[in-house]
Design a protein around this ligand. Sequence first.
Ligand SMILES: *[C@@H]1O[C@H](CO)[C@@H](O)[C@H](O)[C@H]1NC(C)=O
Ligand SMILES: *[C@@H]1O[C@H](CO)[C@@H](O)[C@H](O)[C@H]1NC(C)=O
Ligand SMILES: *[C@@H]1O[C@H](CO)[C@@H](O)[C@H](O)[C@H]1NC(C)=O
Ligand SMILES: *[C@@H]1O[C@H](CO)[C@@H](O)[C@H](O)[C@H]1NC(C)=O
Ligand SMILES: *[C@@H]1O[C@H](CO)[C@@H](O)[C@H](O)[C@H]1NC(C)=O
Ligand SMILES: CC(=O)N[C@H]1CO[C@H](CO)[C@@H](O)[C@@H]1O
Ligand SMILES: [Cu+2]
Length: 572
Amino acid sequence: MKRIILYDLICVALMGVLIWGEEDKLVSPQQLEMFVDDLPDMPKLPAYNLVNGVPISKSLKIGMFQKTWKFHRDLPPTRVFAYGTSKHTATVPGPTIEALHGIDTYVTWQNHLPSKHILPWDPTIPTAIPTTKKGIPTVVHLHGSIGEPESDGHAQSWFTARFEEKGPTWTKKTYHYYNHQQPGNLWYHDHAMGLTRVNLLAGLIGAYIIRHPAIEDPLGLPFGDEFDRPLIVFDRSFRTDGSLFMNSTGNNPTIHPQWQPEYFGDAIIVNGKAWPRMIVRRRKYRFRIINASNARFFKFFFTNGLRFIHVASDSVYVERPVTLKEILLAPSEIADVIVDFSKSKFGSVILSNDAVYPYPSGDPVNKFNDKVMKFIIKNEREIDTRYVPNKLIKYPYPNLSSASVTRYIAMFEYTSNIDEPTHLYLNAKSYEQPVTEMPKVGTTEVWNVINLTGDNHPLHIHLGLFAVLDQTELVGIDEFRNCMVKMNDAIKCQISKYARGNRTEVLAHEKGWKNVYKMTPGFVTKILVRFSYIHSNASYVFDATAEPGYVYHCHILDHEDNVMMRPLKFIK
Ligand SMILES: *[C@@H]1O[C@H](CO)[C@@H](O)[C@H](O)[C@H]1NC(C)=O
Ligand SMILES: *[C@@H]1O[C@H](CO)[C@@H](O)[C@H](O)[C@H]1NC(C)=O
Ligand SMILES: *[C@@H]1O[C@H](CO)[C@@H](O)[C@H](O)[C@H]1NC(C)=O
Ligand SMILES: *[C@@H]1O[C@H](CO)[C@@H](O)[C@H](O)[C@H]1NC(C)=O
Ligand SMILES: *[C@@H]1O[C@H](CO)[C@@H](O)[C@H](O)[C@H]1NC(C)=O
Ligand SMILES: CC(=O)N[C@H]1CO[C@H](CO)[C@@H](O)[C@@H]1O
Ligand SMILES: [Cu+2]
């Protein structure tokens, strides 16, 4: 993994020179008129068959294809990597997979990508590199899935085109998704070791919804293709020839020729179009907003006072709807909201963003990335029979005394002599160091996540769901950090002596079960992690202790790749 291949270095350096010359040819956001493209609806892919109206399991083949995609009316076609059932139908984002609770889905993910990546990457970070030097390693993770390790898309279970070469923990071609979990919003995306940031940037993302009609239909929420829609939001930069731009020069080029700590793009893309528009009727819509940025946080709000009624967070419904003026979403967080356009006094409204980047101490938004998309609201009044009930779905609330183990997870950032980040680790450990987190299946644990860096890191734990209990500021953090750098032991460093500052209450809509949460810098965030279903007391319908296990990581993809990720294994 650590080997640095001269050939790759020369390639990256050459690529760097070639691309560097083109940096002056970047599209500036004012060249892309806003709100001229209609918001696309990604193709729907049912993940079950109906036999006489009865759903049964289904097998799907979904490929990854290189093709071109129009991100904007005035932008030439962009070369992308796209998921789809054929090259012709592949889209960015990929098709929305619609699964049913309790009905198994089998997916054979097929890599049809060429041998050369469309984006620069960096062989000096731990990276999946085929020894044949051909093919782009890919592996698909279903984010939010409560599923078996063999189908979890482990970073080392990658494979190249036609499965010609496979990573060290590859186990099988066809993934089994049990869909035996609470209804909610998931998304699938690439997870190959050291290539996640570039494979997602190239387009390998898509939504996956698990529906449970018996439970969800009685809620009365807006439904159907017209009124219930995923919005997958990310940021990208382009060159004038339409190609995706990612800087090929690292911030510490002598250490990492290409890696940069955070990718930010100039254009805000929703469902594959830059600043799209959508014509809506005067009634309620449900938007499942997925933040699929590499590093950009979004703080969404409406320009004219419309509100979001928040009904689910990540993959789980909240107990009661919460009305919000704004929503802060970290990369990979999901907000499932109802917007009632009949409440608008105006004929249009702009979904806007004012999160600084990097979050929370970076630059303010500018007049381009402060806008996301525009809704044009039809005049005609309508009768809308859909509603938002006072109570949604209640899952047993986190209970601290049921926790069997307490862990401390510290986030470290390392810098070079020019004070630029070189890499980030969890618990000061590289990914390759032996597994340290080995929870028992079916148990609940308390994790104290200590952020010793200046950034907010969205933590994502595979398999588990967690509830955020509280966030407490560390007073005298420099002293504590010095101790942690030396000892890397939160108890010996007397964390309780420092964790006595301000406490941030968990916001109402973020209470309950989540799979990603924002770890505030300088704070210790206490989370209750559950390694069992939340919708029933039954044990997992699969063996969570099987190889290759799982991972947990920061969901800023540039951090995850270098290497804010650790193995997670389960014991019986
Ligand atoms: C690319 O990164 C290098 C090194 O951090 C920086 O000097 C350069 O300005 C960046 N180029 C662009 C176009 O952002
Ligand atoms: C999207 O996620 C990124 C990375 O986690 C985060 O920085 C950004 O704020 C999020 N944006 C939105 C709109 O939630
Ligand atoms: C919390 O869990 C403990 C131990 O499992 C149990 O005895 C207690 O009743 C639970 N408390 C609540 C409020 O559910
Ligand atoms: C707590 O919050 C207040 C108000 O935001 C701030 O002035 C103070 O520095 C914070 N930290 C501590 C340790 O009180
Ligand atoms: C799980 O078990 C607990 C305690 O026996 C019970 O209170 C709860 O209702 C059960 N949950 C479900 C979803 O059956
Ligand atoms: C809020 C806070 O204290 N953040 C600190 C986190 O740690 C970094 C460096 O490790 C500091 O620069 C921040 O001030
Ligand atoms: Cu991070």
